[in-house]
Design a protein around this ligand. Structure first.
Ligand code: VG1
Ligand code: CO
Length: 542
């Protein structure tokens, strides 16, 4: 029995960088979830009998929204809903399922690295048939629908039990519960030399993976411990929890400090890694070195051919605009394409589908390839392990050799979190107002060579995205980028990205804060950050 329920629109269901994200109590308002899901289905316009993947990162409220989504999918003409057992699917595993099973799309429930629990964050995202996040054309249609919605459709019956793998029915719709790890594990096995990685581990190479009580726990335990023979206990915090154990599942120097300290200890392991709430980000740590995500992208791109899945070489690289230009140097030297896109994985989809690029990455610890259409935390870890198994050098040796060959891009991102929204908007507006007169201005030893507000024309479909971040480039190539986060749920978050290039290997051994000192000061002078936000420094530096 299908019910049509009258509803009234919410004004704030505009998807951000990666879906709609709000506090849990906000999502719990009557009809808030239903309105948004109906708006998705109305934009997706599934063929009758189409199939849909549903799953999430297991955070608080995941279970309820999975049930609601199944009931609404049944009422909106979907013939089959494929759902991870207990509603669990990491973001890359969901992307893979959409592709493997050729569904019309998928709904991924996640607020990624944002904290969970009853007062934490929740999120809903729609991915299209290629497995990737819906492009802006579709997210805009979803938003438009959400502002006009008058009713939603939902099956009156409860959704079937999703704790056991197998098929059942809800009305005419088949609900298929799958093991969340199985298909993903098969995909990883095709890409990487599991035998070689297992041999590396058997030879005494030691590692630790911190799943941060989030969704990657079961994936990492199955693959690293059960398949590749890493000893039990290699995966820590491997039990997914609804509130991520009260932590903040963001694999950066602040929230993954325990892992980093463990790696820096005298008897620490050879390799450490962590992933975020929904399993699409990665942190790579070697003994004595935390690998900056932008460097990791460049190293992976330069060495991917060492893994069987990429043995033929890579077609090209794409990076988000604020990501350091380390990857560009790899592309230039290897004679392959390099693409600069706005922030967010949805902008990589067309480039990957068209075969223009094989590897993509963002400075925010996201790396991935054409194997799915999302960034993929465990994939990056396995590619690193495959490279280590082939090169038999330490992480530090590999990164330092990379800098010697390509030069080093010193890089930092400074986040000012939960600042006043009006102050943040004012800061960006003031920067935009000054862009035209910026060129030629001198700040200390730095002279501005170019300044703009990044806009992107998709080379595949010609769509244009404007206002993607203010770039100030100095002669010599150093740059400062300012943009506001599109994933936060409280106030505004200002991100300032600071970068300079150092070709001389004799100067590769200073810390980024030293190499970037003048740029960091200049970022405050040009952005008027202290003056406008009242903050004396960033909350997080990555
Ligand atoms: C952040 C990151 C961006 C990433 C996005 C989603 O967006 O900067 O690189 O794609 O999160 O990742 P923003 O708009 O807050 O800067 V995830 O792992 O949160 O889905
Ligand atoms: Co994520």
């Amino acid at each position: 029995m299908i019910e049509t329920v009258a509803t009234t629109p919410f004004e704030d269901q505009k998807p951000g960088t990666s879906g709609l994200r709000k506090k849990v109590p906000h999502f719990q308002k009557p009809h808030y979830v239903e309105n948004f899901i109906q708006s998705i289905f109305d934009a997706a316009k599934p063929e009758p009998g189409a199939s849909l993947v549903v799953g999430g990162d297991g955070r608080y409220f995941n279970r309820e929204v999975v049930q609601t989504t199944i009931r609404m999918a049944a009422a909106n003409g979907y013939g089959r809903v494929i759902v991870g057992r207990n509603g669990i699917l990491s973001t890359p595993a969901a992307s893979n399922l959409i592709r493997q099973r050729k569904t019309s799309g998928g709904i991924i429930l996640s607020a990624s690295h944002n904290p969970g629990g009853p007062d934490g964050d929740f999120g809903i995202k729609y991915n299209i048939a290629n497995g990737g996040p819906a492009p802006e054309k579709i997210t805009e249609a979803i938003y438009e629908n959400s502002r006009r919605i008058t009713a939603f459709r939902i099956a009156r019956d409860a959704a079937p039990d999703i704790s056991v793998v197998g098929e059942s029915r809800l009305g005419d719709t088949v609900v298929e519960v799958v093991d969340p790890v199985a298909d993903y594990e098969r995909l990883m096995e095709q890409l990487f030399d599991f035998g070689k990685i297992a041999a590396l581990i058997a030879s005494g190479f030691t590692l630790r993976f911190d799943a941060m009580h989030a969704v990657t726990g079961p994936y990492a335990t199955r693959i690293l411990e059960e398949r590749l023979g890493a000893p039990a206990g290699t995966v820590v915090n491997g039990e997914p929890r609804e509130d991520f154990g009260g932590g903040h599942p963001d694999p950066n120097a602040v929230h993954a400090a325990a892992l980093i300290n463990h790696l820096m200890a005298p008897n620490g392991p050879d390799f450490g890694a962590a992933s975020d709430g929904d399993g699409d980000r990665n942190l790579i740590v070697g003994r004595g070195i935390v690998v900056s995500p932008s460097d990791s992208l460049a190293v992976l791109a330069a060495n991917a051919h060492l893994a069987p899945g990429y043995a033929k070489g890579i077609a090209g690289i794409a990076r988000s605009m604020p990501t350091s230009q380390a990857a560009d140097r790899v592309a230039q030297k290897r004679g392959i394409g390099i693409y600069e896109t706005p922030t967010g994985w949805k902008f990589f989809g067309n480039l990957l589908d068209a075969g223009k690029v094989t590897i993509c990455g963002e400075e925010s610890a996201g790396t991935g390839s054409d194997h799915v259409r999302e960034k993929d935390g465990l994939w990056a870890v396995l590619l690193w392990l495959n490279i280590l198994a082939e090169r038999r050098q330490s992480v530090k040796e590999i990164v330092e050799a990379h800098w010697r060959e390509f030069g080093r891009n010193y890089y930092q991102r400074h986040d000012y979190e939960e600042i006043d929204k009006t102050a943040a908007d004012g800061l960006m507006e003031s920067l935009r107002d000054r862009l035209a007169s910026m060129s030629g201005q001198r700040f200390g030893t730095l002279v501005v060579s170019e300044a703009d507000d990044f806009s992107y024309r998709d080379p595949v479909d010609g769509s244009i995205s404007t206002g993607q971040g203010v770039r100030i480039v100095f002669s010599g190539g150093s740059r400062i980028v300012y943009r506001l986060s599109g994933t936060g749920t409280q106030g505004a978050t200002l991100r300032v990205y600071i970068e300079c290039f150092e070709p001389d290997p004799a100067k590769h051994n200073v810390t980024p804060d030293v190499a970037l000192a003048e740029l960091i000061n200049t970022a405050d002078v040009i952005g008027e950050i202290t003056k406008r936000t009242g903050r004396s420094g960033p909350d997080v530096i990555t």
